[in-house]
Write a protein that binds this ligand. Sequence first.
Ligand code: HEM
Length: 407
Amino acid sequence: MKTQKLLLKNSSLWQWILFSFVLAGLTGFLFRLGFLTPLPFELSLANIRQAHSHLMFFGWGGLFPLYFISIVIMPGYHAALSSRMIRYSLWVVLAFTLLSFPTFLLWGYQLVPIGGANLPISAILSAGVMIGWYMFFASFLAIRRKKKEIDSNIWFEGALLMLFVSSLGAWAVGVVQIFGIGPEFLEKLLPNFFLTTYTEGWILLALLGFVIKMLDIKEADLLVSSKILVFCIAIGAPMSFPFGMPALLSNPMQSLFARIGSFLVSTSVLLFVASIIKSGKLKHSLWKWPIAFLCLKGLMQFVATFLFYDPILTNHGTRILYLHVLFLGAYTSAVSIIYASYITNLKRYLNPIFYSVVLVLFSLLLLSWFWPLSLIGTWIYDALAIAALGPVLTVTALWIKLRTRTT
Ligand code: HEM
């Protein structure tokens, strides 16, 4: 695909996105190290987790789709003002993401005394990311209106809509916290609404968009119309937020609401996977890997829809496993394939990434509900730390190769 060639041209942004992954991955490793040895500067595990998840969420998971949309979906409009604004918007997202990294690492969400006032500095800096998102939306809409011929891709437009909806949840968190309005549980509910819409809406739809674009999947290849699939995910993702707050699932109405949402998302994902397999385009393709992880994510979510057995739904380790099947398994392997499409001997670089991802997911299984209690031992923490380094090393190898790419 010709337009793909643009992705690594004229911008160091693609390298900053890879840097975000590597730094966030090292932070995940640091978290695991914290169970084995005392950490320097008395770093707290909770703050390390926040630093890791924010950098992965905004710098890796959220920024690459924006970059891909600006380069691949809307190529050729780089002279226009709105296109320049799109480029600036990506740098704004990156700047606030990187600035909030050390503050999350040191203070998490704590108030920090600055200039005589106590400020939630990490929350303020990470909220700055939304300025970049809004700049992106504004310029995307302006270009979209003027240039009718640009690729009107329902997957990415649905994804951007989800990013916008999730940002409304994030603003509402700020309003509730600053003005102290509404019942107390709103303070927990709104962040979960934001996170679920961001994950199951924005990142998931962008990921499906990558598959459609890179494998050149046509409407006729899909078992169900793309409009229906995107609609079900866009409705289902925000509805399923109570899964992040298992206490809400004990309320029958909330539980039904969340399960309908989760059913819509998981069924759409499974129908999507079935369509891709049926299209025959996976034969001899490395996209088998992300599709396999996507299938696993869809199955886990589908089963959770019908589970009324609390220990699984409330188990932290199982939730972390599920999140990483999507983010690290499906999303990271897909983005790695897109990056690697610039080099000739791509299997040499991609296979180690896939194997290291499988190893991390297997290590997360050790902490989940599925691992028998009788097999738990302190060795698990060594295994988790060693596995955590794998994707950092293998993605770094791909990055080094891309810098000296020989296509
Ligand atoms: C190098 C690969 C990765 C490693 C080693 C890693 C490691 C970790 C670790 C150790 C935790 C804390 C687990 C716990 O609380 O028990 C965690 C949480 C988390 N990770 Fe990752 N991770 C990786 C990739 C990713 C990616 C690619 C994303 C997203 C794009 C991501 C998003 C998250 C999120 C959102 C959480 C927090 C979940 C919560 O607080 O409930 N991770 N990860």
